[in-house]
Write a protein that binds this ligand. Structure first.
Ligand SMILES: [Zn+2]
Length: 373
């Protein structure tokens, strides 16, 4: 018993030292000892182990006081990395993130989704090339998250519902068997919400909407993404917004997807960048469509806010294009509609990154590493 307990303490101290350096970014040995109430020899021992393992490094000296300056310790953010992928019907984006969640490299390719071997091989090759281009050795990779349009089993091994890509029942095996590290599927809305949580950890209770090519949602409570009984919590895209309205890919009519997704707003052959550049120039067709889009979105947000009285974050492919005036206009439309007008705007723009789903797909591996080191 005594021996196990000593090991446990050693392991905890080791983790605490690493996490403190991670959090502080640069810190001296004596500051670690005082912050963690550890003896200097104990701290020295853990620093030496972490340095040998390549997880931390000395990085210059702390700039303070007079006399001898103390060495500064930092983690090596590239000692471990995580890969994230977004799979769309005819497009793939892959990114690699370091331990601080910084995007080290990105690769994109036009590739039509299929469940054939060639597709998985091409995806595998793309990830290997990305790691090569960013000079990351294979053994530094914690895992790869694959952001999918659809619902995924809790263990990330199987598609429970994949109507957009027509891949219900798909297992990760044909892809994971090609890699020496863990690979898992993740619902794309959950990926985007993961990134949001990572970038804004102060957002503890949030209704998150991914205004992407397709619409997605996630409910974050106590800083955790809620999955619910069968993983369907937050799938707001199939809530009925217009009785007997436009047809949805799910087979029903009038879903929020058909009014609040990027697909619903854009015309054939148009892309988001074109749409917003014309909108900002005041082109009447885009201005009209944007106003209609915000009308529907305001209706949807008002409904959601009745269920959960918390901050609403708008992310997804649209987020990089959103400006404050859009949010003000949306909030004013919501105020006109709601039974409970509020003075303070509770809608905000999420992480304005072009590759939010891909980056978010990489986050769970980093989180697990930091929690379990
Ligand atoms: Zn639907």
């Amino acid at each position: 018993m005594e021996k196990i307990s000593m090991n446990d303490i050693r392991k905890k101290n080791y983790s605490d030292v690493y996490r403190l350096i991670y959090q502080e970014r640069r810190i001296s040995k004596s500051k670690i000892a005082s912050s963690l109430e550890m003896s200097l020899p104990t701290v020295t021992q853990h620093l030496s182990t972490l340095e040998t393992e390549g997880l931390i490094e000395k990085q210059g000296q702390m700039a303070s006081g007079i006399g001898r300056k103390a060495a500064a310790y930092s983690i090596r953010p590239e000692a471990r990395v995580s890969v994230g992928v977004e799979i769309l019907p005819d497009y793939i984006t892959a990114v690699v993130l370091n331990l601080y969640g910084t995007v080290l490299g990105k690769k994109e390719a036009q590739l039509s989704f299929s469940e054939k071997d060639e597709y998985f091989q091409a995806l595998h090759d793309m990830i290997c090339e990305l790691l090569q281009e960013t000079n990351i050795p294979g053994d530094a990779v914690l895992g790869a998250g694959i952001g999918m349009q659809g619902l995924v089993s809790e263990d990330g091994q199987r598609m429970l519902y994949g109507k957009i890509l027509d891949c219900t029942g798909l297992t990760i095996h044909p892809l994971s068997e090609r890699f020496p590290y863990p690979v898992r599927l993740i619902h794309d809305a959950e990926c985007a919400a993961e990134l949001e949580l990572w970038r804004n950890p102060e957002l503890t209770d949030v209704i998150y909407l991914s205004l992407g090519v397709h619409l997605g949602g996630a409910i974050i409570m106590h800083s955790q993404i809620q999955r619910g009984r069968t993983g369907r919590t937050g799938t707001v895209e199939h809530m009925t917004l217009v009785e007997g309205g436009r047809p949805c890919y799910c087979g029903k009519l009038g879903c929020m997807e058909c009014y609040c997704s990027v697909n619903a707003m854009l015309e054939e052959g148009e892309n988001l960048s074109d749409f917003f550049s014309r909108l900002r120039q005041g082109a009447s067709r885009q201005v009209g469509r944007w106003a209609e889009y915000l009308d529907y979105l305001a209706m949807a947000l008002n409904n959601l806010h009745m269920v959960l009285d918390c901050t609403i974050v708008l992310g997804g492919h649209i987020a990089p294009y959103l400006i404050k005036q859009d949010i003000d206009m949306l909030f004013s439309k919501l105020q006109d509609r709601t039974a409970f007008p509020e003075e303070e705007n509770f809608i905000c723009i999420g992480a304005q990154e072009n590759h939010a789903v891909a980056a978010g797909a990489a986050i769970p591996f980093i989180r697990t590493f930091l929690e379990t080191i």
